[in-house]
Design a binder for this molecule. Structure first.
Ligand code: GAL
Length: 334
């Protein structure tokens, strides 16, 4: 069956609403199919009036929320699945961030596992412990209350965690992918590998990181990683490092998840401004009909509660290539 997804004009913040008529607010998240439905989750961001300058609206005082749909169009709000807290000593004290939360299902343990880039109270990016870590949470049900298990720095303590994602392979292995920033003072001109995407194999239960990892040299100075596998190739679409400002996407590919990864350039066609159609990548999920959907976000820095979502089908070429084309409305086979 076909779903008609409205992205709106490239110059607009097109607001999608849920079945109650409320604007969908699920930043940085993903979509997982479970229990016969698609579940869309993400960080509930705050409106600007509650976020004084310097503190940013890019924080949450609610947590990660979820919506469910059987057709990818009509989304029913399912509630908060990972709640932030008002208690002073709680690790989830708000305002804070569960940046780029991603959920996968572990077939063996029958648990849903969520990883995110954890930024503790008051939710500003930093270098100290807790502000640049990976966070993990777990739940028996896709839309239940996730239990926060704690944080870690996957490869080493001197490697700060920035943007991250999860990737689950068909053999059941799963990986935490993150922009690892070496612990030096931030320099506007990045030296090689000072910030580089790394991929770390998760333990069999997906709740911790193993020692097996690889540095993805082709993704040096890149962030916002989004992975997908198709036709024997692993693909990773990334953005540049310009914070909330739009920049040009690139992608790399590999025959083996641990590399070597090969830079393939910009996947966008018709992106004359070289801004990834004024968005940044969030996640890639496959529909039940086998279409890969790239979820992108248009950051609304005036009011983060009104960030908007652009979903584009990935068009695979014959020779291990892929393409993204902007459309105001897309039709997806689901
Ligand atoms: C972006 C990054 C986001 C967020 C933001 C602001 O570049 O992809 O996840 O960290 O910077 O700090």
């Amino acid at each position: 069956m076909k779903a008609r997804i409205v992205n709106g004009k490239i110059t607009n913040f097109y607001q999608r609403t849920d079945t109650d008529g409320n604007v969908i607010n699920a930043s940085d998240g993903g979509v997982i199919f479970a229990d016969g439905q698609y579940h869309w989750y993400g960080l509930r961001l705050r409106p600007r009036p509650f976020a004084p300058k310097g503190e940013g609206g890019q924080v949450t005082d609610t947590g990660v929320v979820m919506y469910a749909s059987s057709d990818l169009v009509s989304w029913k709000y399912e509630g908060v699945i990972l709640a932030s807290s008002q208690e002073e000593n709680n690790p989830l004290r708000a305002p804070m961030r569960f940046e780029r939360p991603k959920i996968i299902y572990n077939q063996a343990t029958k648990k849903y596992v969520l990883w995110c880039h954890y930024v503790k109270y008051p939710g500003d990016h930093g270098f100290g412990p807790g502000t640049a870590e990976a966070g993990v949470a777990v739940c028996d049900r896709v839309n239940g209350q996730y239990r926060f298990l704690g944080t870690c720095r996957p490869i080493d303590e001197s490697g700060f965690v920035r943007d991250c994602t999860l990737f689950q392979d068909d053999d059941g292995n799963a990986y935490f992918v993150y922009d690892r920033q070496v612990s030096r003072e931030f320099k506007p001109v990045l030296e090689p590998f000072e910030r580089c995407l790394h991929i770390v194999k998760l333990s069999d239960d997906y709740l911790s990181c193993t020692k097996e990892y690889a540095r993805i040299d082709a993704a040096d100075g890149r962030e916002a990683p989004c992975l997908v596998k198709n036709g024997g190739w692993y693909y990773m679409v990334t953005s540049g490092l310009t914070g909330w400002a739009y920049n040009q996407a690139r992608y790399c590919r590999a025959k083996s998840i641990m590399g070597p990864w090969e830079d393939m350039g910009d996947p966008c066609t018709g992106d004359d401004e070289k801004t990834t159609f004024r968005t940044q990548g969030t996640y890639i999920f496959d529909t039940r009909a086998g279409e890969s959907v790239m979820m992108l976000e248009r950051h609304n820095t005036e009011n983060f509660e009104r960030c908007t979502y652009v979903w584009l089908p990935i068009r695979y070429g014959n020779n291990g290539t892929l393409k993204l084309v902007f459309e105001e409305e897309v039709t997806l086979e689901y």
